[in-house]
Design a protein around this ligand. Sequence first.
Ligand SMILES: Cc1cc2nc3c(=O)[nH]c(=O)nc-3n(C[C@H](O)[C@H](O)[C@H](O)COP(=O)(O)OP(=O)(O)OC[C@H]3O[C@@H](n4cnc5c(N)ncnc54)[C@H](O)[C@@H]3O)c2cc1C
Length: 389
Amino acid sequence: MRSYWDTTAWQAYDVVVIGGGIIGISTAISCAERHPDHRIVVLERGHIPFGATTRNAGFACFGSLSEIAHDIDLMGIDAAHDLVRMRLDGLRMLMQRCGADDIAYRNDGGSEVFLEDHPALARIDDVNAILRDVLNQNAFHERNDLRAAYGLSHDVVALIHTSHEGTLHSGKMLRRLWKLAAERGVEIRTGTTVTSITSDYSSVRIHCESVQQTIDIRCSHVVVATNAMIPSLVRSSAIPTILPGRGQVLVTEPIPGLSLRGSFHMDEGYYYFRELDGRVLVGGGRNIDIDGEATLSHDTTQRIQDVLEHVLRNVILPHHPSINIEHRWAGTMAFTESKQPVVAVAEPNVIVAFGCNGMGIALGSALGDLCADLLDQQKWAHHQLVTRP
Ligand SMILES: Cc1cc2nc3c(=O)[nH]c(=O)nc-3n(C[C@H](O)[C@H](O)[C@H](O)COP(=O)(O)OP(=O)(O)OC[C@H]3O[C@@H](n4cnc5c(N)ncnc54)[C@H](O)[C@@H]3O)c2cc1C
């Protein structure tokens, strides 16, 4: 049995956020900034965060030329334009919160490399025109001169560059955000796995397990930001299907004389690489085994790692034949069929946020702010509900 002190001080909150990744912690920060008097707690299953936010590639990007061209075909010009705007707004908010130095942000630009002719290359002027009001200048430029400067293979037939993309240290970024949340009065409980949520119109009960303890927390509202794991806690026909996708990465040893700078996209975003502290990080390859990579597992696989090494040795570092790999890891992303992110009320007083579709560094802060908007509306709606005669 819990004591009176436990139930009133440790098990009652205004807002509970489940998941300490970029969306969860950004939600907590936005809520705390709007309502300094609210009791807000973030529940994170890992002793340190254990999600995509600290397993990604650290691209602060808004979409490459071929990705945006694809988005325009998929969702139409207006929706693709607004999605780019949301990514850029999210990046601005992130930089305002964190500052460049604390998260090792570098603005060396981003490039998309093509190994063969691609229809998107002929659409560069159209895409630039669509995005001009968001960036106040052209987003993309053809810069084939950079292929040699970066030491890339002669197989690269075209290089499209943007100066609006940067790279950062994802671990430092999330640590900075956690610190900021704590400074705003947010409590963060690590090693706490939420196993169920029960909601009604008056409150939400959250059942958690941590080391040698199970605990029930009551709150007015909960935000579930557990990425592709959301369906294990919330099953609702009110939200679009979440499609999990594993992303795999490798990082080389330090490479003397490395001329690669900035971040790179290839094959409509299915491959990506960047310079990282004098090393090369390569990721992607999901397209060669879409079904196999639709998993929540954090294991790496030989098949994908071999493809990443092939790209490393043949496209990125053709002049460095024997490079050792020092790090390999994987993480899970949450995709949606529409490629649109989702912030929605799934059940009474239960909000879900997901669907960064591989661009959570850009979208995470913006989605956190949208969650805070929705929480404010929910409170208003709830107020209406209980005070209606
Ligand atoms: C390999 C890879 C490379 C990527 N590269 C980039 C990139 O370069 N740029 C970019 O913008 N995006 C990139 N992404 C995508 C980006 O990382 C994600 O979009 C983003 O991190 C999603 O954030 P999130 O807060 O939704 O989820 P997460 O960061 O996954 O956070 C969810 C948290 O919930 C916790 N959790 C889960 N279940 C429970 C539970 N039951 N109880 C308590 N806690 C729980 C998890 O431990 C986790 O910490 C990449 C992703 C991967 C996997």
